[in-house]
Design a protein around this ligand. Structure first.
Ligand SMILES: Nc1nc2c(ncn2[C@@H]2O[C@H](COP(=O)(O)OP(=O)(O)OP(=O)(O)O)[C@@H](O)[C@H]2O)c(=O)[nH]1
Length: 378
């Protein structure tokens, strides 16, 4: 049983509903050394393998493992890879000259990687390349593991590579089933966006594509590259899932009045909200239930918001520390991080990316969870 200071560390999908009003019983997670996993996402031909090759050949003093992912794709999609040696498919670990490792994993999940680590010894970093048509959401869920399960790996972030020449076409393409297409999902879930192949477009097209991408995900930094050449410090150790992205929040705020370039599918966008005051433990539970699990919020046009990604930094009644919220689809975590600065007024900040987000509806809902001063900030 945790003591009262150890509140609020929740990870979970939709739990069995309980009738009582009790706050979740939570303990602080053990702090174990763990290996970061970066998911490399991006549409077909955007430059994911080019980025991998680039990282592997840089000086970084890290023993990096590259994993070609076929998670969630059934058993045998054969992708020829050319990391290190053109055209070969690595079923087994391949050791590169600089000590880096490559392999292709067909089993699902963290366990497969942990087993591989047992066989090959620990490495410092894992890069996981997804297939060009993969939705990174379910893959992120596999690696975003409850700290209390004491996994040896943790999700550092999702990097999405875009082809500057074709991104506009890929993003605006309508799927026959009316669903949001994969290119849009890959942009929405990114913690870092690499706008690659800038040599193939002029300044006007680059700006147009940048705006298109910003309209979907206005919190992730965008880096323009040729052949994915980018400072490794900007790619690795993002800690996107264990820190609140204050810079991303500010960027989104700055960009919010510029949103609205006329791309064809504006269903997916980013909304930022700050509400002054504190939320109760019960309010936190309601937030996850209504926004993520039941999806019971209704916009004026009768749609239900679908959250792809949510990040928050909130004040919780009775908790002296700031509480960080992280969510990917239905997976949700709330964890106290650090003390509130003494002079800083208590507030709750959110960055939300998803479908059918109506800012007014979301703001009103979040205000309804606040028990103390419910002054809405501009
Ligand atoms: N002109 C130009 N070509 C590039 C750039 N970056 C990568 N390419 C080329 O684009 C092609 C596709 O790059 P890959 O790195 O294989 O792309 P990918 O995302 O791994 O491709 P898939 O795995 O098939 O989805 C290759 O021929 C690269 O050499 C760039 O900045 N400019």
């Amino acid at each position: 049983m945790p003591d009262d200071n150890n509140v609020a560390m929740v990870v979970g999908e939709m739990p069995e509903q309980d009738d009582d009003d009790e706050a979740p019983l939570l303990v602080d997670a053990p702090d174990l050394p763990r290996v970061p996993v970066t998911i490399l996402s991006g549409y077909l031909g955007a430059g994911k393998t080019t980025l991998l090759n680039y990282i592997l050949t840089q000086q970084h003093n890290k023993k990096v493992a590259v994993i070609l992912n076929e998670f969630g794709e059934g058993s045998s999609i054969e992708k020829s890879m050319n990391v290190g040696h053109a055209g070969e498919l690595y079923e087994e670990w391949l050791e590169l000259r600089n000590g880096c490792l490559c392999c292709s994993v067909k089993d699902n999940g963290v366990k497969a990687i942990e087993n591989l680590m047992k066989k090959k010894g620990k490495f410092d970093y894992i890069l996981l390349e997804t297939t060009g048509l993969a939705d990174p959401g379910p893959i992120a869920s596999l690696f975003w593991v409850d700290k209390q399960l004491e996994s040896e790996v943790y999700l550092d972030g999702i990097i999405t590579v875009l082809d500057s020449k074709y991104a506009q076409k890929n993003i605006t393409e309508k799927r026959p089933d009316g669903q949001v297409n994969e290119a849009v999902r890959q942009v929405a879930l990114a913690d870092l966006l690499i706008l690659n192949k800038t040599d193939l477009v002029d300044e006007a097209q680059l700006q147009f594509t940048t705006q298109l991408v910003r309209d979907i995900n206005s919190s992730a930094p965008i880096i323009n590259t040729q052949r994915c050449r980018v400072d490794l410090d900007k790619l690795l150790d993002l800690h996107a899932y264990d820190q609140f992205d204050s810079q991303g929040y500010e960027t989104t705020l700055e960009g919010r009045f510029e949103q609205g370039s006329p791309h064809l599918d504006q269903r997916v966008r980013t909304v930022t909200v700050e509400v002054r005051g504190s939320v109760t433990q019960k309010g936190l539970d309601t937030l996850a239930e209504v926004l993520l699990w039941e999806r019971s919020l209704v916009t004026p046009s009768g749609e239900h918001p679908l959250i792809y990604r949510m990040k928050g930094l909130v004040s919780v009644v009775g908790e002296e520390r700031r509480v960080m919220l992280q969510a990917v689809k239905e997976l949700y975590e709330a964890e106290p991080v650090d003390a509130w600065p003494p002079s800083s007024p208590r507030s709750c900040k959110f960055i939300i990316i998803g479908e059918n987000l109506d800012e007014g509806t979301i703001r009103q809902f979040l205000c309804s969870l606040i028990t103390e001063t419910s002054i809405t900030l501009p």
